[in-house]
Design a protein around this ligand. Structure first.
Ligand SMILES: Cc1ncc(COP(=O)(O)O)c(C=O)c1O
Length: 463
């Protein structure tokens, strides 16, 4: 398995060739989940004592494995938060694997860590954080939220000791992973009401904290988890107002920007994210809207030393590690680490930051133009002016079932993946754009299709 001969050479080239083909050729939007029984039947026959051989294993990959996974990078995948990695980022991901880099500490992965740190520096400077800011790439937004809030708790306990039942504040619209973080940490969440645009304001935060202090005096609040782009609506909490409340009350401010903070690379996005320069930590997932492959989340701290105090792991065999350098293992809940920031670094180094700005502007402009088209169409109501690249809209007169039927049919026939959501209790349509290749003239026909769609027939009412 570890020897290299002529057949290995052929096999290696065929795998790379397949990766290039997967990237270059149009995706089939109908690819997706198959019944578990069918897949278990196929894959149940793949792990055998004498191996299938590379040719047969690759046949299964081509014919079964890939076609039963949704192509998240298809430009007409507009559901949840899709992905749109660049060619450079994806190809370099293969190099990261091939190089067996240990990205946990400097002495093992110095070159990789130095490159990743430049990307973290770029993100920190776009956010307006000081030069000393830094952090680490983790697996996703959930891991970033957990590691940041554990760090926040540590600072609070260091400063004040434990004064009661620990809690952080967040809105009802905060991502599920933030609530999951509270469960993992066994802390409470002080719930803050959103305004009509699904945002946390400074006033609502102060009111919720005051109410909590009155009604649950045992609570000891240590942080605020704000959303820099909610997943459902793309709403940005009023970070500047929230930061003022946090300063006043000595609370850590973490911004979950897993989706939305990608917009920092556009001047328009930066304007919308005003206040981000005041946070203590933020997370952004390049695997969502910063054109990197899974799994990649940047976690940045204003003062990484607090994170290192919180997360660094010690043990007899670990004491040999050189602690005088910046060791990424110290900044989150992990030890071994893939240098998962490298595909983004390679892509940035290849194309330059201006290409990122242009790609980001393109998705923001397409989202605005699509929102205008929704607004102008007599069959639809635009529910929120998009702050980022998520558009929520109502198809007038549709039942809940009609939303889901249209969604399922159009996913099945490969037109587009658009999945309904709820906005203020009502079932509505949601489009999330992260792919600069998604064009307005592909989106507008979806509106015409929905406008004329009848669930009675399952077909458009008019041609
Ligand atoms: C705002 C926000 N935070 C956190 C997450 C969780 O990120 P991940 O799935 O990378 O763990 C998501 C995922 O969609 C998100 O949109």
């Amino acid at each position: 398995m570890h020897e290299w001969d002529a057949s290995t050479e052929l096999f290696a080239h065929s795998v790379i060739g397949y990766a290039i083909e997967r990237l270059r050729l149009p995706k089939d939007p109908r690819w997706g989940a198959q019944p578990a029984g069918v897949l278990h039947e196929v894959f149940g026959r793949t792990i055998v004592p004498d191996g299938l051989g590379a040719h047969e294993a690759m046949r299964i990959v081509r014919e079964v494995l890939i076609p039963s996974c949704r192509p998240m990078d298809d430009p007409m995948n507009l559901a949840y938060v899709p992905t749109a990695p660049t060619v450079a980022a994806t190809m370099f991901d293969l190099v990261v694997s091939a190089s067996s880099i240990f990205g946990g500490n400097w002495e093992a992965g110095a070159g990789a860590i130095a490159a990743e740190n430049q990307v973290l520096r770029w993100l920190a400077s776009l956010a307006g954080l000081p030069d000393a800011a830094g952090g680490v790439f983790v697996s996703g937004g959930s891991a970033a939220n957990l590691s940041a809030l554990v760090t926040a708790r540590q600072r609070h306990v260091d400063r004040h000791g434990r004064r009661g039942r620990l809690a952080f504040a967040a809105t009802t619209e905060v991502h599920a992973s933030v609530r999951a973080t509270a469960r993992v940490m066994d802390v409470d969440v002080v719930s803050v009401r959103c305004d009509d645009h699904d945002r946390m304001t400074g006033g609502a935060l102060a009111a919720a904290l005051d109410a909590a202090a009155r009604e649950r005096p045992e609570l000891d609040v240590f942080a605020v988890a704000a959303s820099a782009g909610t997943t459902n609506a793309g709403a940005i909490d009023r970070l500047d107002e929230i930061a003022a409340v946090c300063r006043e009350r000595d609370l850590w401010l973490h911004a979950d920007g897993a989706y939305g903070l990608a917009a920092l690379c556009s001047p328009d996005g930066r304007r919308r994210l005003a206040g981000i320069e005041q946070v203590d930590s933020f997370g952004v997932d390049p695997h969502k809207w910063l054109f990197a492959p899974y799994d990649c989340a940047a976690l940045v701290y204003r003062d990484p030393a607090i994170a290192a105090r919180t997360h660094s792991q010690h043990g007899d065999y670990l004491d040999a590690v050189d602690r005088s350098e910046s060791n990424p293992s110290d900044y989150a809940y992990h030890l071994s680490r893939r240098a998962r920031g490298l595909p983004l670094w390679f892509s940035l180094a290849t194309y330059g930051t201006e290409a990122y700005e242009a790609a980001m502007d393109r998705t923001l402009q397409t989202a605005r133009a699509f929102a205008d088209a929704v607004d102008a169409h007599p069959a639809f109501d635009l529910l929120l002016e998009p702050e980022l690249s998520i558009v929520l809209f109502r198809r007038r007169g549709w039942s809940v079932e009609e939303h889901h039927t249209w969604s399922r049919l159009r996913a099945k026939d490969g037109t587009a993946l658009v999945v309904p959501t709820k906005f203020h209790g009502e079932t509505v349509m949601r489009v999330c754009l992260v792919n600069p290749r998604t064009a307005l003239d592909q989106l507008v026909p979806l509106l015409d299709d929905m406008a004329t769609f009848s669930t009675a027939t399952g077909f458009p009412l008019s041609p």
